[in-house]
Design a binder for this molecule. Sequence first.
Ligand code: HEC
Ligand SMILES: [Cu+2]
Length: 396
Amino acid sequence: MLPQYFPLFPESASTLSPRVDALFFFIFGVTIFFTVLVALLICVFAVKYRKDKHPVPVQIHGSIPLEIFWTLVPLGIAMVIFAWGAVLFFQEKHPPKSSMDIYGVGKQWMWKFQHPGGQREINNLHVPVGRPVRMTLISQDVIHDFFVPAFRAQMDVIPGRYTYTWFEATKPGVYHLFCNQYCGTKHSGMVGEVTAMSPDDYEAWLRGAGAFGSLATHGQNVFASMGCPTCHTGADNARGPNLYNIYGRMERMSDNRLVHVDESYIRESILNPSAKIVYGFQNIMPTFQGQLNEDEMIELIEYIKSLTYNGQLLQLQTNTQQEPPVNLDKIQKGVDVMQPGTNTTPMPRTSAVPVTQEAQEPSTAEPAPRQVVVPGKQKAPAKPSTTARPKGEQHP
Ligand code: HEC
Ligand SMILES: [Cu+2]
């Protein structure tokens, strides 16, 4: 009954929390053991070697076995803690492949969350139980820290850079969300709730949360309005690389090193394009620093992530929403979009390209401008391979 009013320990509601707790209790146990041992020995020796029994202390001049003993034992214990902690750290840092994505933006003094389907929440985060959730976090101003004690999940939220954490809730409930880094006057008010729900309830919540288009659809608008398609046409002779299928793969840079295309890389490519130059291309992309807010950046990233030859492929990995894949129209017509040559619409076209009849059909799925299909006009993209693409010969 007492723990109910004075909880000494946060609830344990994620797959990682029992593991974190186990390590915690191990360290705690070791500490208690030695504290008690030392305190007991002080008392016992104080009585046993008191002055009236031993008026003259015995002088001891070192003992090699003893020195070795009390060096190796603490070293062993410390190494166990180190190895155990390192394994746990590794697990905490590597979200499972099957994770779904949720974006979080911290600002003085609140949390904004966005689901891939476009649902937005403030100081409240709804997640399904039994499914790993990867949080992509960024701050709009100062350093914050995303902390859900019940999930034993914590990560600094930093301006200008994405950080990641993940958790898999194990039981439905409402849990505390804290900002765990002093961030100004109302830091203590920067709290919220994480609601873990059964997958069915979560689906129902997503449907009822009133999203106006998915992040990817919004991102498509941003992409068009920022003029990205002028270079990223998707055509073989375009000035910028084809952005299809780049997410998740290793991309070769002009200095021949391979970089992993993740959210951070895409963000850097947009804000600081000259930091890494894609192999075979020139450093002509302008920076979009100061022209996009964090929300728009997230939308752009979700859009680029959605650009896959088989829209569903990535959908399965990242989205819970049954959001239409980019190639939905073709998939519905029975076109095998994985087949090279069937995807002649890698990117939204510029207005210079004549609009065909097919493209003018009113779209029910998304309010965004339709991608214009120009059959036969474009070369089919290369194989939907995940390795480096042959390209850029057009830039000597
Ligand atoms: C003036 C032409 C131009 C414009 C406009 C442009 N880009 Fe680029 N972009 C490039 C070129 C060239 C590269 C390859 C060289 C490099 O990495 O800087 C590139 C690279 C990229 C990459 C990395 C691609 C890869 O394969 O790794 C991303 C992502 C990207 N651009 C996104 C965007 C977005 C989003 C916009 C609009 C906000 C945009 N670009 C606008 C020319 C452009
Ligand atoms: Cu904060």
